[in-house]
Write a protein that binds this ligand. Sequence first.
Ligand code: ADP
Ligand code: ASP
Ligand code: MG
Length: 459
Amino acid sequence: MKVMKFGGSSVMDAEKIRNVVSIIKTEAGKTDVAVVLSAMKGITDDLINCAKLAEKGDDDYKKALAGISKREKTTFIELIGSDNEKEAFESLESMLHDLGEILLGVKMVKECSTRSLDLISSFGERMNNTVAAAYMRSIGVDAEYVDARELVLTDSTYGAAKVNYKESYKRIKERIDSIKGIAMITGFIGANKEGVTTTLGRNGSDFTASIIAAATDSSVVEIWTDVDGVLSADPRCVNKAYVIPEISYQEAMELSYFGAEVIHPYTMIPAVDRDIPILIKNTLNPSAPGTIIARNIKGHDNPITGIASIKDVALINVEGSGMIGTPGIASKVFGALAESGINVIMISQASSEHSISFVFRKIQAERALDALNRELGGEVESKRIEKFVIREDLEIISAIGDNMVGTPGIAGRIFSALGDAGISILSIAQGSSERSVSFVIEKKHRDKALNTVHDAFLS
Ligand code: ADP
Ligand code: ASP
Ligand code: MG
């Protein structure tokens, strides 16, 4: 069996859905397949936007909701017509009705918890899989809508729920085994043990596909998207970026962690566990070979494999003479940040022990400063630590590759290339795996920095 996942850009309208279904049909003639679909491109953003407007008490949420409703129903009618698959159309209408009621509730109480937001976000995948499964049946392909909330058991960390693999695998196997035709499974969503809807994080449908593949012992999980594979850099910033034919799980994990959104970083977790290769394919160019992500891959001679970047980050530098030889400051800093729910993306400490800097999402800047002032205010007052200075509008860039392990001098070459290009670096960190070197620059230098490193190593 194989699992095929199609992302939002591949299923964004009726024509794209037709194309995807023809790809599924071809594969289903050769082997058993289970399918995972995302919401149509933009729908999850629209749903979140509706929730935010309703929370503010802004009636404009109704316009946004009408837009979602129109897009979903038009797609249904374009694909299936209005006389066919009546039950599925009613189910679509009932979801849109429920969504309206939930948003009205949010507007009334002027509050949208992360729990409500997960429920609201879940409609995109539910509606899209309902439509696609109905379309498949209407053209004679045996397909069944499957709501992943019945399969993927998670904890209650809304917005980034953690998966209970053991129980989920059991439920998935049982359910998929019982389905005769093609299962059309909602990506991105799950439920906690009380049955409350959760989501696995933005872009999480890739992860769902990998969970399904592991549970069913599939021979491959295919992630179908709108580019020819994993590229050496984000093609929107680097013209010369090229497709990497094969890449290791670790490299893919690092690249996606550092911003290559072509695959969600967690996708690699179930795949590594069961040694299932991941194949990235292009729905607009299905005959292209794509990229294989696997354990044993053919290597290459470049010192690095790819580069990626994370935007909208901020940096805080904690420094002061009181830090030298004083154990426990780092633990206070990171303890306080963790308590406030701040996700630290990158850490670097000067070898003089005189300063630690760390990088996190810019939207968490205020919360980060509050946490530090609460925990280390005393040290600042006694001048053991200097006042916290925050720098915003930054970008993390990361060069990644298995060939960096044990090869000296690569970081030096990266930084001298950047120096020659006149780009100053605010902080540097190397992953202890030696598979990545990351550095922080001002956002305005992003494209130049990416192209400089790409030209120096990957052309
Ligand atoms: P989907 O809707 O299929 O989930 P995404 O938009 O999440 O697709 O991911 C695909 C996009 O990721 C591509 O269109 C590309 O612009 C972007 N991208 C960023 N970095 C990379 C990279 N290194 N390789 C390939 N694509 C990348
Ligand atoms: N629809 C969700 C999102 O936009 C999940 C996904 O597309 O993978 O984040
Ligand atoms: Mg995606």
